[in-house]
Design a protein around this ligand. Sequence first.
Ligand code: UD1
Length: 336
Amino acid sequence: MKKILVTGGLGYIGSHTVVELQNTGFEVVIIDDLSNSSKEVLSRITSITGIKPDFEEIDLKNKQAVEQFFKNYSIDGVIHFAASKAVGESVNEPLKYYENNITTLTYVLKEMIANQVPNFIFSSSCTVYGQADELPITENAPTKPAESPYGATKKMGEIIIEDTTKVTALKAIALRYFNPIGAHETSKIGELPLGVPQNLVPFVVQTAAGIRECLSVFGDDYNTPDGTAVRDYIHVVDLAKAHIVALNRLLNNENKATCEFFNIGTGKGSSVLDVINAFEKATNKKVNYKIVARRAGDITAAYADTSLANNELGWKAELGLEEALASSWKWQESLK
Ligand code: UD1
């Protein structure tokens, strides 16, 4: 049985990926510092799969602890989610982001190399493309200057990894996620935003639940069919499955370069109003909303060309927007 380290494995995407790893026969060890997650997720994962993953509460900024971890565990691959991810916060606390997302990445990579662990999957983001000149966005689209320190850490992370693969035995795949939404069908794991949600779907769901009074739709004067901004919303379970196929590609030496990049999205663009309408249709719940000014730093439209992931990874998103939104709602209801 192959043993995989999942950093940030108690977080939103991490926990869904741990479930898929266990379901496909991998042994999992999670590192999480619980800074934006809870230990309860461990028992929730266990109740879905029937297998308790190993868990180490480690802050990856602790270099000695990372070294000791790699001495204690014999690992076949690493899926690296652990990172801070609030765009607004990153603008106000850049050093927190560079330390949490970059310093820790270098520690993990160093120990992988020192311990001959060659297989690395990185959580990247479509944010590296900024406002792309052409839609849908292919992996060949040029990356743009980052809009925030958070975005910079994703871009820099890719560069650090690619440079490292050039001169070591490290093999890596960076998955560029579009907008992950939804929750596991069991409603035992899902997204748990702390405080007021910054992302669209958690805000929609909390508005429908009566926790928030009114959703602000940020701008209806974009150059899009209905004037609201367009994104590619992907079900988190589909996204989790992409990590398994990417990992297997490396484990089976099927990769065509030592560092590869894949867009992980549905290929379909949906506007903010599309999301509200699909949510109302999927749940029969009304979402109270008003149009307000654009949010600083937002782009007009982004959706993926997924041909490379479809053809090379043999992966395709299977779940649609309404299914994803219904699962987000079911998850919210389960939190009552
Ligand atoms: C954001 C981040 C992105 C990150 C991703 C993680 C920014 C600028 N970008 O993407 O780097 O990788 O989250 O999930 O923060 N919207 C509203 N009302 C709201 C919230 C959002 O109208 O209350 C709109 C936004 O203007 C946007 C769309 O909904 O058009 C999606 O927003 P969001 O969920 O925050 O994701 P992104 O901004 O695309």
